[in-house]
Design a protein around this ligand. Sequence first.
Ligand code: PLP
Length: 400
Amino acid sequence: MTLTDMQTPFYRIKEADLLYDIDLLQTALSENWGSNTIMSYSVKTNALPWLLHYLKEKGFYAEVVSEMEYDLVRRLGFPGKHMIYNGPIKDKKTWEAVLLAGGLVNMDSTYELDWIKEISSLYPDRQFSVGLRVNCDIAVMCPQEELAEEDGGRFGYCYENGVLADAIKRLDVLPNVTIAGLHLHSSTKSRSVEVYGTLAAMACRLAKEFSLSLSYVDMGGGYFGGRDDRPGYPQYMQEICRVLSSCFDREKTTLIVEPGVSLISRATTFETEILDVKQIRGITYLVTDGSRVNLNPQVTRHVYPHHIVYKQRICREALPVQWVCGSTCMEYDRLFELTDAPALLPGDRIIYDTAGGYTICLTPLFIHYFPAVYIEKTDGEIFTAREPWGNDEYLQKYHW
Ligand SMILES: Cc1ncc(COP(=O)(O)O)c(C=O)c1O
C-alpha cells in the first residue's frame, strides 16, 4: 500500500523529516549548552497520540496547558515529573498533581499565588519549586519585532508595572517554596533570532535584580522550523546560549525549550485531490477535497506552501488564473490562486507542505469530519495514526 493509492484528504507525517528536526534541535542544544537541557513538546500544537508517544520515546517532556492535555499525556505514559504545566487557565487538581510529582509548573495567574501558599502550608515538610512566566514589553525592547498582538503579550506576570516583583515577594516569604525557574515564552510574528537574545538577557536581568538562583530558564517555543528561508534551531540556540552563558552556569541551570510548530512543520503535509474543474465568468475554479479549515482554521493565512503531483504526464495549456477551492461549500473556502500555471485536472493532487502545526488539533467537525493521519516510516511502511472519522465517531456522545 502506498500513499498514492490512499483516499484523500489526509495528513502525512514523514518520520525521516521528523527525526531530522529532532536531531537538529538536540544538536543545537548540546553544542551550545551541553547536556543540561530539556526538550519539551508543546502538546497543543499537534496532540496526535502517535506523535506524543513518539516524542516521549525520544526523551521529550510534555508541555501542557489544560487538564485535558495533562490527562492525555499521562495516559500515553509521560511521567508527572516529565511534564511542564503552563498557561493562564490551570486546574487546581492537575496543578497539585504535577507539582507533587516533581514536574515543572510555570505560574502565570494571580490565583496560583494563593494555591502555592495553601499547598506549602499543607505540606510543610516538602520543598516546592516553581517557575514564573515573565511578561515584558517586547515592543520597547525590540521595536523591529512584529508582535503577535499589537498591545503585546497578555500572559505571565508583568515586569514593568511591578506585578512580577510582587509575585516574587509573595513567594519569598513561603519557607518551603523556591523560585526555581523563569519562563520566557513570547510569541511574535517575526520570530527573529534577536528577540530570543533579548528574552535571554531579560532572564539574566531578572535573576540579578531579584537575586534568583535559577535551576532552569525556559525559553518556550515560537521558533521557525523546517524552512530554508528562515532561521532554525542552530541560530536560535546559539544566540540564546551566548547570552545566557554570560550569567548562568551551564552545569547548574537547565535550559528548557518548548518547540511546537518548528518541530513538526517539515515532516507534515496535507494531501488533497482535485475533484472538479469549473469555468464561471472567465475564472477557472479547482474544487478540491481538502479545505482551508484543515490547514488554517483561524483563517489568518494567505500563503499556502504546496507542490503539485500530476495524475497524468500530458501536455497541458497554461492558464492565466486558476482558483484552488476547498470542500466546505463556503464562499470563503478558497485557498490560493495559481497564475500562469499548467491547467490542472481532476485526479491531480495538491499537497500542502509544512502543514502540521495548529491544524490537526484545530480542524473543526464542519461538514466533513477529521481526515486520516498516516505516518510514512523510515523503512517505507505506512502506519495509520488516525483513521478518518465517520458518523460512528461523531455520534458517540450525542443523545436524541
Ligand atoms: C508556553 C508555550 N510554549 C510553547 C509554545 C509553542 O509555540 P510554537 O508552536 O510556536 O513553537 C506555545 C505556543 O503558543 C506556548 O504558548
